[in-house]
Ligand binder design. Structure first.
Ligand SMILES: NC(=O)c1ccc[n+]([C@@H]2O[C@H](COP(=O)([O-])OP(=O)(O)OC[C@H]3O[C@@H](n4cnc5c(N)ncnc54)[C@H](OP(=O)(O)O)[C@@H]3O)[C@@H](O)[C@H]2O)c1
Length: 263
């Protein structure tokens, strides 16, 4: 059990990545506090975890709301005594932006993902770190996408948002690692089994005159393995990075693009 006795909070736990990470963390012995903007999808994941013999508490928490995050963390500390792992898997819906050329976006639409993703990651990381410093240990984690490192058309401010999150991972680590807190991120390629990816890519495929299947084939052709990653593979890596086995890793975002993006 790589995460035995670890207490983990996950934001966006009702989503594809948050849910997969929750199930993988639980199977390695973590005690989970699962949160999301809406309770129902978080409860589905919590029920799955509990029926598989794990421990999971579900709560409605808006990860853009400082007070809501702080109150939830305090209630978690009151119940479990500590927070060892904080994982921000929040995905900000951006259906009005995808498929629109940058020159046609207004500044508010452009700024929305940059402000929202960085706000949520900053808030959840900062508030967790304030508890973690007392124990001089902890792991702060998040997820980004290859848009952080390569130009991709028709995604508005999403690329700058992902680049900003990766920069924040480095900055948080520089300040927190001396106090025993590691800060690490995962950068997966698109995982086609997720609803998010289909919704995100369909408008772009359409704009490029391609079908969804042709679009997936294009993504596959860019990987070295000639296939895309599964949620389970991504979650397995998250388990390792959250565990003490990764004690030498901080201030970095792991490239899980299967060769699509050079280091
Ligand atoms: N899926 C992929 O293949 C993939 C690959 C690379 C990177 N990513 C990135 O990873 C992130 C998560 O992706 P995903 O596929 O897991 O997305 P998802 O299935 O849509 O999950 C995102 C979750 O975030 C929650 N959320 C949104 N706003 C929130 C808020 N203010 N407070 C709390 N929770 C909030 C959503 O809850 P509600 O539904 O209740 O609003 C949802 O459960 C996104 O940034 C995505 O772009 C995804």
């Amino acid at each position: 059990m790589m995460l035995k006795d670890k207490v983990a909070v996950i934001y966006g736990a009702g989503g594809a990545i948050g849910g997969a990470v929750a199930r993988a963390f639980a199977s390695e012995g973590a005690n989970l506090f699962l949160t999301g903007r809406h309770l129902a999808p978080v409860e589905v994941v919590a029920k799955d975890v509990v029926s598989a013999g794990g421990s999971a508490d579900a709560a409605e928490v808006d990860a853009l709301d400082e007070q809501a995050v702080a109150q939830h963390l305090q209630s978690m500390i009151d119940k479990a005594g500590r927070v060892n792992i904080s994982f921000n898997a929040v995905g900000i819906p951006d259906t009005k932006i995808l498929g629109v050329p940058l020159v046609e976006l207004d500044v508010e639409q452009f700024s929305l993902p940059i402000a929202s993703y960085t706000r949520s990651y900053f808030l959840t990381a900062r508030l967790a770190a304030r508890h973690m410093v007392r124990n001089k240990s902890g792991v702060i984690m998040t997820v980004t996408a290859l848009h952080s490192r390569t130009g991709i058309p028709l995604v508005g401010g999403y690329g700058p948002a992902m680049a900003a999150k990766e920069a924040l991972t480095r900055g948080l680590s520089a300040e927190l690692a001396p106090q025993g807190i590691r800060v690490v991120g995962l950068r997966p390629q698109a995982m086609p089994e997720t609803r998010t990816i289909k919704e995100a890519f369909e408008p772009r495929a359409k704009a490029a005159g391609m079908t969804w299947e042709q679009w997936q084939a294009l993504l596959v052709s860019r990987t070295h393995a000639r296939r895309l990653m599964t949620l389970e593979e991504m979650a397995n890596m998250a388990v390792f990075m959250a565990s003490d086995k990764a004690s030498g890793m901080t201030g970095t975002t792991v490239n899980l693009t299967m060769g699509s993006l050079d280091d």
